[in-house]
Design a protein around this ligand. Sequence first.
Ligand SMILES: NC(=O)c1ccc[n+]([C@@H]2O[C@H](COP(=O)([O-])OP(=O)(O)OC[C@H]3O[C@@H](n4cnc5c(N)ncnc54)[C@H](OP(=O)(O)O)[C@@H]3O)[C@@H](O)[C@H]2O)c1
Length: 309
Amino acid sequence: MEENKIFKDVELGIGTWAWGDRLVWNFGQGYSDQDIVETFQISIDNGIRFFDTAEIYGQGRSEQFLGRLLKTCPVPVVLATKFMPYPWRLSPSALPKALKASLARLDLPKVQLYQMHMPIGLLPIKTWINQMAEVYDAGLIEAVGVSNYDLNQTIETEKVLQARGIPLASNQLEYHLLERRIEKNGLMQHCKEAGIKIIAYSPLAMGILSGKYGPENPPSGVRGVQYNKEFLTRIQPLIRAIKKIGLNHDGKTAAQVAINWVICKGALPIPGAKNAGQIEQNVGSAGWKLTEEEVALLDELSDSVTKKD
Ligand SMILES: NC(=O)c1ccc[n+]([C@@H]2O[C@H](COP(=O)([O-])OP(=O)(O)OC[C@H]3O[C@@H](n4cnc5c(N)ncnc54)[C@H](OP(=O)(O)O)[C@@H]3O)[C@@H](O)[C@H]2O)c1
């Protein structure tokens, strides 16, 4: 099956969770409004045309940033946002209401992709997906996506949409060299066969695969819990190999190699970037390919450093 046209020629996107988020990313400490403006500008100048956000990012601040920035943007972009089915959202009308609030923050008449953020909440998947179909039919969104849906939830969504003549465009999933479950549980295979684009979130494992954190300087805050000293020690053989492989490609950085690995697997990476230096590097992740041997070596090392004892 063919992928949705919104993904045509899109090799790399950008995630904007950190744009205004204080809870996880400490917006305002170490990066500011001006950094976001520069990050956006450099993305556009370097051909990035796919922007991922969500109503919850920075409690709406990420969408507001994009709304302001898109006003001066000289080229069309694909804008993807998300609906969070909070447990207190008990009426199906919460979805069109939330979409209208997102569109107001984005200052857009419609978005290209609207995604169910995660399969939580009290209403069944079918109810929310039927609401997705309603806003699609109303012309407020150009494509329907899901995120964090497993194989059964993805198949259920496809059936609900199929009955209304709408394809499922994408499933946004955590996918990177330290998280490869979708390769092994049939979800990636199914999505490929069904023409459902896999949008790979956290392709740098929240910055860890850039190689700048290590056992001696683990990340602070929420990230430091998952990526603690012990974990960072264990993954060093993989980090070393990523850096070495970069040298075979005109000195590509570890971040560029890690993101390129996702591209080689056929998924669409949406790395986050907080400033000009990061986005300048990340745009250099596309337009070239690791060799098959390099991908195989990284797969092998990733398996060995992540296997549970
Ligand atoms: N659907 C979902 O449930 C879900 C969940 C998570 C994310 N997402 C989406 O996926 C996007 C990306 O994921 P993510 O932001 O969690 O993680 P990520 O892309 O793996 O990592 C982004 C972070 O890594 C660091 N970084 C980025 N580029 C770098 C570079 N070249 N060199 C060194 N450090 C670099 C920055 O943080 P520091 O500078 O602080 O290290 C940056 O904020 C999000 O923005 C969001 O759009 C979706």
